[in-house]
Design a protein around this ligand. Structure first.
Ligand code: BGC
Length: 753
């Protein structure tokens, strides 16, 4: 059962036994295929096409669809089984599920692609792809149309390499800002995260490449991700992490969902009846399939019956669960034949629905999308401070000191399975934090996991190009005194500071690592015109904030990052990013000030999400804490004014407000609508609109609420319930900066999930 079976084996003994056991169920032997199979008719619905092809499939063939392999065509030491042969020219990558050639069903070739095609970068050193900004940077754009284009570019680059499944968008709420995948995700708010990631998924699938949402659910920290139980009450989960998925599914219609490594309220996410059968498939009516994270399966019958449809990269699991053991479970009748049909049906209907069958991807010279990456970064970079109008810089500046964070190499990227080998990459742009490169007998290179990759071009090069007449000098910052001396001799100092994050490893604290705080202090003391550029996965602490003139959060900015940053520094574009995550003033402000102890993380342990749906800014508000920078915050080079706020209530909230650009430059504002529910003290984001205005321009901005944000989830009835009462509705430019407010009554109402 480990390999695709030939037609010769169709009448296997096992199949015959199942047919008998199934007693009249639809577990049938196939009839011969006709010359033009009806399931290839694209005018027929995906569900009917799936049924048509299923009727022709043998039981063994169905099982083939349910079990994946690690897709790389090299043997990794920790992989127990070799994958089936992969066609030459087709790159191996994260996952592979064999097709069924006799029925025209293609193999599924899966690649990670959260921030660009992460194509087997460990072994195929030559295959570079566009590195896009991090997921958190995408969310900082608050611009789903732009993120749709990013998704569509990623989909196109996947097709170029003949991948037909992209293991992205990534969507776990930032309950733990130190979480090693904070950079991959879309922040702390369910509406923003769900909308942004949904747009990315829609973009990917616009290229007839199937997209998965992950990691379902509550994979909100990396330490102990395979053993911890994320414990949370049902309503709290429905109003936060689960709502983010619900919105992303509605917006993006992904073909598949990846269940997570962790446990949720004790049960493993990949055999969690509540998450998979109840919430995802029943309540939300998800018609696609559930595939497991790599090594996240722990059972055969329990997983299949709880809603897992496909075991990914089976060699990663402690043992194989969906090959022979599933076969046995069907024979034992612990898994029904109907359930197996359902599993296969879900996979096939998504393949039809996404166009994977009708628009097969063939390898071709990979395309590049640096312009889209650059626009995405331009809108994601957040201006956090700008005292004395030091920014934007004028191009007549005489000298610039560029200091720190390998600003001569490129822009930092995040580590783990989403790591892209960026366009223009060369090995000199890598730093190994620990470990050595190992070369296997096959010639493949095994990289240590702690590998920092800098995406070219470097900010040093981009800034130097922008001001060819200025003296632009770089020091790496290792010698703090030398850096301060260079800063003192320059008109302006730009200090780059970095925090490297990687999947599998939460950052130990929110402090900038190493001596970077001391470096910034010393440079700021030497030159009052000090600009700090942060290249971080998420929020960091800034003990030097009062001493520097300006701070830009550039996140992990990708191949377009240096150019985007340069355009913002010199005012060619207005900084329009707004924080998708709160920046705490200290770790003591977090719901869990102390991170789980890595050394304890080899046994089951619990993480209690007692804050429920009060994630991020809602937590700060509920606890009356003042963050360093609030969710939604970001400065512009111009100034906006807000007038004539009008709100209507009744069934739902809608509002209008006049926004004027009263400054002298073009700029964009993100007008955020919040609601405070009766008897629920904390305001929630219920809608937003990003507007670009010329100097002097006024626009009436219309804002509509997602009604689920006005509701509480009634777990007994399984519905959203808007309570009758008065709702405080406000327009804000961050979670804490209120520009206009009004109280409107809403009538009682329920909404089905
Ligand atoms: C990650 C997934 C990824 C998979 C395949 C896992 O370790 O959690 O996000 O898609 O590997 O690379």
């Amino acid at each position: 059962m480990d390999r695709p079976v030939s037609g010769m084996l169709r009448l296997s003994i096992a199949t015959a036994i199942w047919s008998l056991l199934a007693c009249g169920s639809a577990w049938t032997e196939p009839a011969e295929t006709s010359t033009s199979p009806p399931w290839l008719d694209s005018t027929v619905s995906p569900d009917i096409r799936a049924d048509l092809v299923l009727a022709r499939m043998t039981s063994d063939e169905e099982l083939v669809l349910l079990k994946g392999y690690y897709g790389a065509n090299v043997q990794m030491p920790w992989i127990k089984k070799a994958p089936p042969a992969i066609q030459p020219l087709l790159p191996g990558s994260a996952g592979f599920v064999p097709g069924i050639a006799r029925l025209g069903i293609p193999a599924l070739r899966e690649t990670d692609a959260g921030v660009g095609i992460a194509n087997t970068n460990w072994m195929r050193a030559g295959d570079t792809a566009t590195a896009f900004p991090s997921g958190l940077s995408n969310a900082a754009t608050w611009n789903p149309e732009l993120v749709f284009q990013v998704g569509s570019a990623i989909g196109a680059e996947a097709r170029d390499r003949a991948f037909n499944v992209v293991l992205d968008g990534a969507l776990n709420l930032a309950r733990e800002p130190r979480g090693g995948r904070t950079f991959e995700y879309a922040g702390e708010d369910p509406l923003l995260a769900g909308t942004i990631v949904g747009a990315q998924v829609r973009g990917i699938q616009s290229q007839h490449v199937l997209s998965t949402l992950k990691h379902f659910a509550l994979n909100d920290q990396e330490i102990g991700r395979g053993v911890l139980s994320a414990n949370i009450d049902d309503a709290g989960a429905r109003e936060s992490d689960l709502l983010a998925f619900e919105i992303a599914i509605e917006q993006g219609n992904p073909g598949a969902i990846m269940c997570a490594y962790n446990r949720v309220n004790s049960g493993y996410a990949c055999e969690n009846e509540f998450l998979l059968n109840r919430v995802l498939k029943h309540d939300w009516g998800f018609a696609g399939w559930v595939l497991s994270d790599w090594g996240a399966v722990h059972s055969s019958a329990a997983a299949a019956n709880s809603g897992l449809d496909q075991e990914s990269a089976s060699g990663f699991d402690v043992q194989e669960y969906f090959g022979a053991p599933l076969h046995q479970a069907i024979a034992d009748r612990t898994v029904s034949v109907e359930r197996v049909h359902d599993m296969a049906h879900r996979i096939l209907r998504s393949m039809f629905a996404s166009g994977v069958m009708d628009y097969p991807a063939t390898p071709r010279k990979p395309s590049a999308h640096v312009e889209i990456a650059e626009r995405d970064s331009e809108e994601g970079i957040v201006l956090l401070k700008n005292a004395g109008g030091v920014l934007p810089l004028t191009k007549s500046v005489g000298s610039i000191a560029i200091i720190g964070a390998q600003a001569d190499l490129g822009m930092l990227s995040g580590g783990g399975s989403s790591q892209v080998l960026p366009l223009g990459h060369n090995p000199d742009n890598e730093l190994f934090v620990g470990g050595e490169v190992r070369v296997l007998a096959s010639g493949a290179r095994i990289m240590p996991l702690d590998r920092e990759i800098f995406d070219p071009p470097s900010p040093l090069a981009a800034i130097s190009r922008a001001v060819p007449h200025a003296r632009v000098r770089f020091v790496d910052g290792a010698d703090v005194a030398a850096a301060a001396r260079l800063a003192a001799r320059s008109d302006v100092a730009i200090v780059f500071a970095q925090q490297w994050m990687s999947e599998g490893n939460d950052v130990p604290s929110l402090a900038l690592p190493g001596r970077q705080d001391a470096l910034i202090d010393a440079v700021a003391a030497a030159n009052p015109r000090t600009i700090v550029v942060l290249e971080t996965g998420g929020p960091v602490l800034m003990p030097w904030l009062d001493k520097v003139s300006s701070v830009l959060e550039a996140w992990y900015a990708g191949n377009g990052g240096a150019q985007a940053l340069t355009r913002i520094l010199f005012g060619e574009v207005d900084p329009s990013g707004r924080l998708p995550i709160s920046f705490p003033a200290s770790e003591a402000q977090l719901p869990r000030p102390v991170l789980s102890d890595r050394s304890e993380a080899y046994h089951f342990f619990d993480v209690a999400y007692t804050e429920g749906s009060n994630v991020g800014y809602r937590w700060f508000a509920a606890q009356s804490l003042t963050p360093l920078f609030p969710f939604g915050f970001g400065l512009s080079y111009t100034t906006f004014d807000f007038r004539r706020f009008q709100v209507t209530g009744g069934e739902n909230v809608s509002a209008t407000i006049d926004v004027s650009n009263i400054g002298s430059r073009e700029g964009s504002e993100t007008v955020q609508l919040y609601a405070q529910l009766p008897a629920f003290g904390v305001a929630r984001l219920i809608g937003w609109s990003k507007v670009r205005l010329s100097p002097g321009e006024t626009r009436t901005v219309a804002l509509a609420a997602d009604p689920r944000l006005l509701a509480r989830f009634d777990t007994d009835a399984g519905i959203w319930r808007i309570a009758h009462g008065d709702y405080a509705i406000s327009v804000r430019t961050s979670a804490t900066d209120i520009k206009a407010s009004a109280v409107v009554p809403l009538s009682e109402r329920t909404i089905k999930p």
